[in-house]
Write a protein that binds this ligand. Structure first.
Ligand code: PLP
Length: 478
């Protein structure tokens, strides 16, 4: 017995450093505080992109213990300094957000207290926060209170939850899979096709709908395709629209598609991961009309509400459809789920020990109120117009008037694709501001996506100057 106790005491000694002393904690926090100040102060002048790669192995685990100071230095040198700077206001590629500071504070609190919210039993107030936020989103998008939802890690998992619900509602399984049809825009985010494979629907028929000249679903073509497929004895069951496509920011005709879904009895899903929160802006709110008709929607607070990456939301009207795949009771959970309580988030998600990620949205909303978020979104729309005006003056061709804050442009040249690729290459080498590109009807175009809360008038002026320099470098005859 005393041997056993000795051994336990030894192991205790050996593992004691996992609980730092008060002095150590203060030292960590003060170093972190200094890092924070330096980082945020450096951001406005930091390049938004550098092509440098970390040397192979530089991030490897070392044999010796490292000091926090050395690791912060390594983080700064290798992580922060290389690749895209997602925190920079100059990040205008893909879909940025910025990452607000008060959300990082929430993450710290959550990690410190290690609360988790899969089931109500573990953290009733944390679960209540998730439900409050989902209720708020339901009211924003005109969903009934009886709808259910979940806060997932991002839009991809949120979409997966919705598509699983649609699959289960329409019992798309076994021999039905091959004759079942889903209608997609070719502009849909690729996480949709990916989710379909993951949920066993690789063999379902995907029928791509034609687009109009603003890259929106052509609802007449959609209607025709459904009629034709029905006449052939196929089983159309799902339409997916986007409220803000990733490529061009287009909002599909949500009302017309809702009518079609109603008429044919199809599940109507709207992916609003990028665009959804623009519904908060009075000037563009009307563009989302019809979204309330959807059976399910996805919205990403880590895009439209500028949160650090790691939060996407799904709302679904049919609770049973979501429960079908996600409610499972294991014996070892009997105490945890016995009590009558609010819906357990784990019953609406593949996750069980679910990160208490709602706090990273709740805390900022409580601290700042909603107004700064609204203003920041509207600012992004106006900056998009300002950017386009500047580009036009420089001789660029512009994509259509954008619905929201994603747009594209290209410089007219003899070999247009080659010229614009070369141009983007120079912009990436410069890196002061980061832009990405896409291909639309075989045409290479440069994209601008304005959604970082740190993107300001100065940022766009900087971008225009950078582009002007690049044109000179390419010898554009202006
Ligand atoms: C970003 C995005 C997604 C994917 O969401 P993640 O949060 O990156 O997983 C899905 N749909 C649209 C429209 C998006 O913009």
């Amino acid at each position: 017995m005393s041997d056993l106790i000795d051994k336990i005491n030894q192991l205790h000694e050996k593992s004691a450093s996992l609980e730092p002393t008060e002095a150590e904690r203060e030292d960590y926090l003060s170093q972190l505080g200094e890092f924070t100040t330096r980082f945020i102060e450096a951001l406005p002048d930091m390049k938004a992109y550098t092509a440098d790669q970390p040397k192979p192995g530089v991030m490897g685990l070392s044999e010796k213990k490292q000091s926090f100071e050395a690791l912060l230095e390594l983080y700064d040198r290798e992580v922060v300094a290389k690749g895209i700077k997602p925190a920079s206001g100059g990040h205008l590629g893909y879909i940025p957000g910025g990452g607000i500071y008060t959300s990082a504070l929430a993450d710290y609190l959550v990690d410190l207290t290690n609360e988790y919210v899969g089931i109500n039993f573990s953290c009733p107030a944390g679960v209540a926060i998730e439900h409050e936020l989902l209720d708020w989103m339901k009211s924003l998008f005109g969903f009934p209170k009886t709808a259910v939802g979940n806060l997932a890690s991002g839009g991809s998992i949120a979409n997966l939850i919705a598509l699983t619900a649609a699959r289960d509602k329409y019992e798309i399984k076994n021999e039905r899979v091959k004759s079942s049809v889903i209608y997609l825009s070719p502009q849909v985010h690729h996480c949709i096709q990916k989710a379909l494979r993951i949920i066993g629907l690789e063999d379902v028929q995907i029928h791509y709908v034609e687009l109009d000249d603003k890259s929106r679903i052509d609802s007449e073509d959609l209607e025709n395709k459904i009629r034709t497929d029905k006449a052939k004895g196929l089983n159309p069951y799902l339409i997916i629209a986007s409220a803000g496509t990733t490529d061009t920011g287009a909002i599909d005709p949500l009302i017309d598609i809702g009518d079609i879904a109603d008429r044919h009895g199809l599940w109507y899903h709207v992916d609003a991961a990028y665009g959804g929160f623009f519904i908060l802006v009075d000037q563009v709110k009307h563009k989302f009309k019809g979204i309330e008709r959807a059976d399910s929607i996805v919205i990403d607070p880590h895009k439209g509400l500028f949160l650090p990456y790691g939060l996407g939301a799904v709302l679904v009207k049919d609770k049973e459809a979501v429960y079908h795949s996600h409610v499972y009771r294991a014996n070892y959970m009997q105490d945890a789920v016995a009590e009558a309580s609010a819906a357990h988030p784990a019953d609406l998600s593949p996750e069980l020990t679910k990160h208490f990620r709602s706090l990273r949205l709740w805390l900022p909303l409580q601290l700042h109120g909603i107004e700064p978020f609204k203003a920041c979104l509207e600012e992004k729309i106006l900056l998009t117009h300002y950017f386009r005006r500047g580009l036009k003056e420089m001789g660029f061709k512009l994509g259509p008037e954008p619905d929201l804050s994603v747009s594209y442009f290209w410089y007219p040249a003899e070999d247009e694709n080659e010229f614009n690729k070369a141009l983007l290459n120079i912009l990436h080498q410069d890196g002061e501001v980061f832009l990405s590109s896409t291909v639309l009807n075989d045409k290479f175009v440069i994209r601008m996506a304005l959604l970082s809360f740190r993107t300001k008038l100065e940022t766009i002026d900087k971008a225009l100057k950078m582009i002007d320099r690049a044109l000179d470098q390419l010898g554009a005859n202006r």
